[in-house]
Design a protein around this ligand. Sequence first.
Ligand SMILES: C[S@@+](CC[C@H](N)C(=O)[O-])C[C@H]1O[C@@H](n2cnc3c(N)ncnc32)[C@H](O)[C@@H]1O
Length: 214
Amino acid sequence: MAVDHPIFTRVYGVVAEVGERTGLGRVRRRVLSSATGRLLIVGLGPGHDLDHLPPAVTSVVALEPSESMRAAARARIRTVIDRGIDIDVMAASAEHIPLPDDSVDTALVAYVLCSVEDPAGALREIHRVLRPGGDLLVLEHVREDDRGWRQHLQRTLEPMWHRCAGGCHLDRDTRRDIAISGFDLGGLSRVRLRTLPPVSWTLIGTARSLQSGT
Ligand SMILES: C[S@@+](CC[C@H](N)C(=O)[O-])C[C@H]1O[C@@H](n2cnc3c(N)ncnc32)[C@H](O)[C@@H]1O
């Protein structure tokens, strides 16, 4: 289970709020626009994704191991309940999801696979609980592909960043982890968002869950 980082929770809450007002809110809305049915949110954080649920989402189950993050999300959770959408927030980690096989229609990973201890293990679990053909919605900062100054910056900052940013890694190859976990990558692309340079190279879009063995 991930450790709670109350100071990071406060700092991230401010950063996420600023991001929301300066363009990231529109990006989140676009990523979430194809969510349907029962939605699994992995790593709820302060809950900004809850502000962008499309009408086709009928219920939400969210995983958030950090107590301070769950507290930070309280007002947004209340708003979802007020909209008449069922929401269940679990103090659980992505590596051990307490849900049956094929029990959700859509899953969302937004700025969380950088922080989980075992991304491939987490994605195997997400694949297990997502119904075959269901979509994994992705919004993740990832390792720079080109070997220029940005990759150098990521490498230089990585040890300090990991300690200060709630266990976040700058150099994850999330596309590869998704590919080896039973998803089709056809709906994913890499784009540069107008966020801080170490976290601007972003994997975004939809990865469809393939049947095991296909
Ligand atoms: C940087 S925040 C992102 C929160 C939110 N998804 C967003 O887009 O703003 C990462 C979140 O993932 C959570 N987290 C860390 N390890 C996790 C794990 N193994 N399983 C589920 N969530 C985890 C952290 O507690 C934190 O709330």
